[in-house]
Ligand binder design. Structure first.
Ligand SMILES: [Zn+2]
Length: 255
């Protein structure tokens, strides 16, 4: 098969733009942070990532950040988080609870429609390392099926997005091994905002900016269920832009 020359030129131009980190224009915000690049994540090469709990993380450069949000969707804060991301043309990854996706499917579908990665965080947030392995795996599968049903109207045997984060990071060697065999990437985090602790949005912003300078970027964990996180996110994204950070959007490597 031969490609028409104009197709080759276009492909080269797109590759060059991506390599130079030139994000696509952002409607209504000429100074937007934007999404610097898309990173395909594959369980074959990176089955588990995030230095808080695992020895390895994603192949990110210094001053690259992956934005992740757990426990949603939640009416109120999740919408404000999505508004803030859209305003800066930034793509994130959401790790949903099956029960919340079931209760608020329109919010799950909005995340997908706005180009975010919609991934999995169990059905009801139990600490899975305290359950028998079969029961824990059934809980994981129930969550994935509920999220995919909210998104697509039906669930297949394998999740559409094979990314999972353990509630409370409570994994076990047996569960990690089973997920790796199924080609599901387990996400940890490289740093976080500790937004499960009550604090003001301003306090949370100061804390997470201190921490990002220590780690020089990486996978950051937030909770889109938290009002304080929704409140600080516009300021956080502005600070990333000022400080020269680039946002990396993680997507599944498969077809
Ligand atoms: Zn959680």
């Amino acid at each position: 098969m031969t490609m028409h020359p104009s197709v080759v030129v276009l492909a080269l131009a797109l590759t060059t733009a991506a390599a130079q980190g030139a994000p696509a224009p952002c409607p209504g915000n000429a100074d937007a942070l934007g999404t610097a690049r898309v990173l395909k994540v594959d369980a074959a090469t990176t089955p588990r990532i995030g230095r808080k709990h695992f020895p390895t993380t994603l192949p990110l450069a210094a001053r690259e950040v992956v934005l992740t949000f757990d426990d949603g969707p939640e009416p109120g804060p999740t919408g404000r988080v999505l508004d803030a991301l859209r305003n800066e043309c930034v793509k994130a990854a959401f790790f949903l609870l099956g029960r919340s996706a079931q209760a608020h499917p329109e919010l799950a579908r909005r995340e997908l429609a706005e180009g975010h990665t919609v991934a999995h965080h169990s059905f009801a947030h139990p600490l899975l390392n305290r359950l028998p392995v079969a029961a824990a795996e059934a809980e994981i599968d129930r969550g994935m099926a509920a999220v995919d049903t909210a998104l697509y109207g039906q669930a297949r045997h394998a999740p559409a997005t094979p990314f999972f984060r353990f509630p409370g990071f409570a994994s076990s060697p047996a569960l990690l091994e089973r997920l790796a065999r199924r080609g599901i990437v387990v996400f940890g985090a490289d740093f976080w905002a500790s937004d499960w602790n009550p604090m003001s949005g301003d306090q949370e912003l100061r804390l997470v900016l201190e921490r990002i300078e220590l780690t020089r970027g990486g996978i950051v964990l937030f909770h889109d269920t938290k009002a304080q996180t929704a409140a600080m996110l516009p300021g956080f994204l502005r600070a990333l832009k000022r400080r020269g950070y680039g946002v990396v959007h993680v997507v599944p490597a498969g077809p």
